[in-house]
Design a protein around this ligand. Structure first.
Ligand SMILES: Nc1ncnc2c1ncn2[C@@H]1O[C@H](COP(=O)(O)OP(=O)(O)OP(=O)(O)O)[C@@H](O)[C@H]1O
Length: 290
């Protein structure tokens, strides 16, 4: 399943243009979406779920145009985990999921089977009798993901799925998404670059409503090649001076001072070693001006 976005624009009533003439092709598999706060990611995802109608441009899903007459068919193909989700606090996890399954039109017996399967995969089986209001933030997030998976959508859109999860659960959810994407399309939006590095081969980087990059992770890393440097300083004031001049992607105290990673168009005028770019370095290189 592929999703084609052409010349997409969303301007809100207050005059803010959140998506600005954007073009993107989301192929099958798991596709990452990265971008700073306010870049337009949620707005784009809301358009893709059909909740929000764009001001201009168009979207097709496997050739089917997003249009009034097709919305119902398109909605059946889509699962969505929004950033903020507060599901029926008075219901138990199981009741809540059964209700959500009913709303998405999944047949009862099949729905029960899927609930069992995904509760197991998200380590929630033992919590299914708890009321939604008794759950921790990370557990609510996982219930949200299960509800998005219940109709086994061809196109799954997840906004920050790993927020609030402990490291083990984060890995489990990432792996679940990768498995789910084997024969489907998953759009994975996050600020956690590490999550994308561990799951996606392809991604898009968004800024101010536009795509600065769309393609292979390898190509993004290559773009930053030769622009990442490591250096060591002995005094704090030296580190502060470097921070004024360069983008610093990491700093760490050592027993002799501080180790810094600098992102710079040219070799910095200090003693330093070139180093291999991580996805985080490449993201900083791509989204900042030098
Ligand atoms: N309903 C709305 N009305 C007016 N402006 C909006 C609305 N929704 C979003 N915006 C604005 O559109 C821009 C993009 O917001 P959006 O939520 O899409 O960004 P984002 O990339 O998802 O950010 P974050 O990473 O913080 O969730 C922001 O300037 C935001 O303030």
């Amino acid at each position: 399943m592929s999703i084609k976005i052409q010349d997409l624009t969303v301007t809100f009533k207050n005059g803010v243009t959140a998506v600005n003439h954007a073009d993107l092709l989301i192929p099958g598999g798991i596709y990452g979406l990265l971008g700073e706060n306010g870049a337009g990611k949620t707005t784009l995802m809301r358009v893709l779920t059909t909740v929000l109608k764009p001001t201009g441009g168009n979207v097709t899903i496997d050739g089917m145009l997003y249009s009034e007459g097709n919305y119902e068919k398109i909605q059946k193909k889509i699962g969505y985990l929004p950033q903020e989700i507060d599901l029926y606090p008075q219901l138990t996890v199981r009741e809540c999921l059964e209700y959500m399954g009913e709303l998405s039109g999944v047949e009862k017996t099949e729905c029960k089977k899927r609930i069992d399967k995904y509760l197991e995969k998200t380590s929630l089986a033992e919590h299914q009798k708890k009321k939604m209001r008794q759950l921790s933030g990370g557990m609510k997030r996982r219930v949200g993901l299960v509800q998005a998976l219940l109709n086994e959508p061809d196109f799954l859109i997840v906004d920050e799925p790993t927020t609030g999860l402990d490291p083990e659960e984060r890995i489990r959810i990432r792996n679940l998404l990768v498995d789910f994407a084997e024969d489907r399309t998953v759009l994975f939006s996050t600020h956690v670059v590490e999550d994308l590095a561990a799951t996606c081969n392809q991604l898009a980087v968004m800024k101010k409503g536009e795509f600065l990059f769309a393609g292979n992770v390898r190509d993004l890393l290559n773009a930053a090649k030769g622009h990442v440097w490591s250096c060591h300083v002995e005094e704090d004031w030296m580190a502060r001076k470097l921070e004024e001049k360069y983008h610093i992607s990491a700093k760490q105290y050592t027993d002799r001072g501080m180790q810094l990673r600098l992102i710079s168009e040219r070799r910095p005028g200090i003693e330093c070693e070139p180093c291999e770019a991580t996805l985080e370095d490449a993201y900083i290189y791509m989204t900042n001006e030098f």
